[in-house]
Design a protein around this ligand. Structure first.
Ligand SMILES: [Zn+2]
Length: 263
């Protein structure tokens, strides 16, 4: 029997919430319920996960946004803290999504609420899709739930940016630009990168990335053009590459522009 991915209580038919991965209020506002989501299922190709909107492979299963449901969330979580969290981001999340407010203009309170919201959404997504790797760690979801104020775990960074194109996308990205000034065996890097996660969600113009690398000495990197950090880790600016030159869509450029420096 599945357990609530947050509090761990057993989910039965009577206490299991019909929790949408993309929350109801957002679906209703942007007319999403009947829209087909083409990337709701992932597949494994040559031992690598290929899923989400960056996948070049045909989806294995098609469904609508209204049918894109969380694997297991209990009624208590859904009606309690999760409902309060949704209320804490309304209405400014609409203003961000509709590009009437810039991510750089958020107040400290709004930044904190949006970071928690992004982490909650990335967690529900991770618990619900079939991807074998590059998901929010169960231990992180538990740490988030148990923290007094539902805080984003310490070593997790959340970035926000706005796209020039309206879209509704998600991705559990397996691809990172990794720079390092220490000598790490390739196999070790490969193993670490499978535990790392970079979960992307786009709602209209608003893009959010929740990321983590299982390495103690690290800094996340971003490019000078974008990626406003909502958490408070020290972030390096990478000067060498401009992903905007390599990708047709700003969402793809943003996803790739967030990297990591080890060492
Ligand atoms: Zn629960």
């Amino acid at each position: 029997m599945k357990k609530c991915c947050f509090c761990g209580i057993k989910c039965t038919n009577s206490n299991r919430a019909k929790e949408h991965i993309i929350p109801d209020h957002i679906q209703k506002r942007y007319g999403l319920p009947k829209l087909e989501i083409n990337n709701s299922h992932s597949r494994i190709v040559k031992n690598d996960f290929a899923g989400g909107h960056i996948s070049i492979y045909e989806p294995e299963r098609r469904m609508t946004f209204s049918g894109f449901l969380a694997g297991a969330v209990c009624e208590n979580c859904n009606n309690g803290w999760m409902s309060n969290l949704e209320k804490s981001v309304i209405p400014f999340i609409y203003e961000l999504a509709e590009a009437r407010l810039d991510v750089r203009e958020l107040s400290p309170q709004q930044r904190s609420s949006l970071a928690k919201w992004a982490f909650k959404t990335a967690s529900v997504l991770s618990d619900s899709v079939t991807a074998p790797q590059n998901k929010v760690l169960i231990s992180h979801i538990s740490e988030f739930y148990k923290s007094a104020d539902r805080c984003v775990p310490n070593r997790v960074a959340v970035f926000a940016e706005q796209s020039s194109e309206r879209d509704h996308l998600w991705s559990l990205s397996p691809t990172w630009m990794v720079s390092t000034d220490i000598d790490l065996p390739k196999e070790l890097l490969g193993d670490l990168s499978r535990i790392a996660y970079k979960v992307f969600v786009q709602i209209e113009f608003l893009m959010l990335i929740v990321c983590y690398w299982p390495f103690n000495e690290l800094h996340f990197t971003r490019e000078p053009w974008g990626g406003e950090q909502l958490t408070s880790l020290e972030v390096y600016e990478s000067q060498d590459i401009n992903c905007l030159n390599y990708f047709g869509k700003k969402s793809e450029a943003f996803l790739m522009s967030i990297g990591v420096h080890l060492g």
